[in-house]
Design a protein. Structure first.
Length: 463
């Protein structure tokens, strides 16, 4: 490979208790000093004036300040040197002196004058990821760091420390089996147990593998939010990328399903009103069966799995079967659709409480709701699955005390580009919806004075 293709040799340097000379006392120098202190270095700062942060660090004994101009003799005994002044001539002098002394020097924002550069860093100590563009595109390096930050959980350092603590036991295995055991551990529930703070369960998983047991499966019960893929949580995205199979509902937007690991098996278990692809009991059994077969099973549900999502029923079955699982909350349809419609669910002047109910009819066709508790001023009522029963819902709220001109809205396909919002009153909204032939998607009904605020608070276009 041509040397021009690979300008820098990547390495990690142990600077614990090692002196590092920093020339400069401003904000740029302070940023470098923060990184040096994280690595255990002993910064020596050459500057006649330093900013308050460096002054405080010196007062704590973490930094030594040399109150003078730069002199080549100050490099003696130093492992590294950083030139971080706002004077190009001084920076060049520092670089020349460091080169003559055999000390590696970094000149901030000047890769051509530097013998080493500092990369963009993702820290999950003891795991460290460094990204460099050899000084060619530092903004790109920062963007790449931001992307990787979303993929690496904050607790990954705990996983590394756990593996370090148990290395001695694993090293007793034949060499060929060590790597396989750690791969089985990382592919199983163990790391997720550590990320959840349950080291006892992680040790159990490792002990099982050391005893020759087959890797166990796990179920991820993940809320996919109301539709916009940008509303997924970091954890949801990570689990979507590491599952072996996904069981997903009808309300999951195709753009979200597309984010699941490409080679994962996809199983549609969609449930719509009076049209269930799989009964709930069969879904519960399938989750157990696949986890027992050693698969990492992603159960992807619209909104939040614990808000009218029957997530509680599913994990009850998993708990009874002894299957490891974790629950990842999602932005509920109420939160997401109201926000994208420009309708605050609470407001100091209009609603001091918010109630979530389902408009799904019972098997006998009736709506069994606490109407007296719902038909009250000073609160917002959010009705899931209320489009079909909208005329009866509105009539009952009026019959139990709310005025006919009480504001009400229906949000269809909320948070997506196909979002539609229809505003009216308890008296007019049913007629508005029945006159439309293009309203057939997932919808949410919002009742309360806060609906009036949409006129000046709407921000999301939809269609």
């Amino acid at each position: 490979m041509d040397t021009a293709d690979f300008t820098y040799f990547p390495m990690f340097v142990d600077l614990r208790a090692q002196p590092v000379l920093v020339v400069g006392g401003g904000e740029v120098a302070a940023r470098k000093i923060r990184l040096l202190l994280k690595s255990g270095a002993r910064p020596q700062v050459v500057a006649r004036q330093v900013n308050p942060e460096i002054t405080a660090l010196a007062a704590d004994g973490r930094v030594r300040i040399i109150d003078s101009g730069f002199a080549a003799g100050q490099l003696q005994g130093c492992r590294l040197c950083i030139a971080a002044t706002d004077d190009a001539a001084i920076n060049a002098e520092v670089a020349r002196a460091a080169e003559a002394a055999g000390v590696l020097c970094n000149v901030v924002d000047d890769p051509l004058a530097s013998r080493f550069i500092t990369p963009s860093i993702i820290e999950r100590a003891p795991v460290t990821v460094a990204i460099s563009t050899a000084g060619a595109a530092p903004v790109l390096a920062r963007r790449l760091r931001e992307r990787i930050e979303t993929l690496l959980p904050a607790g990954y350092g705990d996983v590394a420390r756990f593996m370090q603590r148990h290395r001695a036991r694993v090293r007793q295995l034949p060499v060929a089996l060590r790597r396989q055991l750690w791969e089985d551990f990382l592919d199983g529930p163990g790391p997720e147990r550590l990320l959840a703070g349950d080291e006892v369960a992680a040790v159990f998983e490792l002990e099982s593998l050391l005893g020759g047991a087959a890797p166990r499966g796990e179920v991820y019960l993940v809320g996919a939010g109301p539709g916009d893929p940008d509303l997924l949580t970091f954890r949801a995205l990570r689990l979507m990328q590491q599952c072996d199979v996904v069981l997903y509902d009808a309300l999951i937007a195709p753009a979200i399903v597309d984010l699941v690991r490409r080679d994962a098996e996809r199983v549609y278990v969609g449930k719509r009103r009076a049209n269930h692809t799989l009964p709930q009991e069969d879904i519960n059994s399938e989750l157990v069966r696949r986890a027992r077969a050693g698969q990492r099973v992603l159960r992807l549900k619209g909104g939040d799995p614990f808000v009218f999502g029957r997530g509680g029923e599913e994990i009850e079955e998993l708990a009874a079967a002894g299957i490891p699982f974790q629950v990842v909350p999602g932005i509920s349809a109420a939160n997401g659709c109201a926000a994208y419609a420009g309708i605050p669910l609470t407001h100091r002047d209009h609603a001091q409480s918010c109630v979530f109910v389902t408009g799904h009819r019972r098997k006998d066709g009736s709506l069994d709701l606490h109407w007296d508790a719902l038909a009250r001023p000073g609160q917002t009522v959010v009705i899931y699955m209320g489009r079909t029963a909208l005329p009866e819902l509105c009539a009952e709220l009026v019959r139990h005390g709310l005025p006919p001109d009480w504001p009400a809205a229906l949000v269809e396909q909320g948070t997506t580009r196909a979002q539609q919002v229809f505003c009216g009153t308890l008296q007019t909204l049913p007629a508005i919806i029945s006159a439309r032939e293009d309203v057939g998607g997932a919808s949410l009904v919002i009742v309360g004075e806060v609906v009036r605020l949409r006129e000046r608070l709407q921000w999301f276009g939809g269609r």
